[in-house]
Design a protein around this ligand. Sequence first.
Ligand code: NDP
Length: 281
Amino acid sequence: MTSAKTRWLGVLGWPIEHSRSPAIHTAALEASGIDAVYLPLPVPPASLASAVDGLRALGALGANVTLPHKERVMEHLDAVEPSARAIGAVNTIVRDGDRLVGANTDGAGLARSLHEAGVTLAGARVLVVGAGGAARASVAGLLEAGAGRVAVAARRVERAAEIASSIEGAVSALDLGDPEAMRDAAAQTDLLVQATSATLGERDPAFAASLPLAALPASAAVVDLVYSPRATSVLRAAAARGLRTVDGLGMLVWQAALAFERWHGVTAPVEVMRRAAERAV
Ligand code: NDP
């Protein structure tokens, strides 16, 4: 129920009807007794600047940002935090008085979900497969969480090289199409991060078999950022090898939990958010 004191937040995207964020944040607001609503906000690309002005003018408590606005929104904000700048994208807008500040909770959300699953990140040797926005956030977030070094493998190696050159730290680029180089890298990997969209709806059925999962040490873990399906072909193949697996739902939940804590200044009801996410996927 709303009242004269009800505040509001929302998620800016185009299209937006598939976003799980309204379900996750609405459940969290209710469980925490916060008098606020969280809305899906369909914003066509040409309206992004005025939508951000609208957040200011209409007193939004904060907002999430999703595709296709995560990069372009930065130019319309008053400030962007260094970690979001390193990732090159903003998924969360927080208020600092009258200023709107861009943050990114995707990379830290992945690190928290791996920590929760018992995966050690300190000093870890990481192999990230994919070179899109989720891969970039993973590289920055895992280095921030203490990973020792990260190799980024992409079918367009120049995109991996671009991530390696723009993110500070021990990051190298690999050609996903070079089986020998991939096997060598896998043999020295503690954590493989599947960050392509190939397993989304299993759109590339040959993809899992193309990864060098057999070369990973028996102690390695595999996380797939894709959460639809939750048990992707890559995770099933890794589990069949006896490797520890982590699905992408935890990252979805933790990026939301970290945003919630920034906006509301209280501990996020993570289990409530997880159940809402599970119902929504
Ligand atoms: P992008 O579209 O930015 O990047 C997709 C990447 O996957 C590109 O590097 C692309 O390569 C690569 N790719 C796609 N298909 C194949 C294939 N068959 N073989 C090799 N590489 C392939 O997407 P995002 O980075 O934003 O997201 C990637 C996935 O991560 C999404 O599907 C999404 O479901 C998931 N995700 C999960 C989140 C979570 O909270 N759990 C958060 C964000 C994303 P190329 O450039 O050559 O096409």
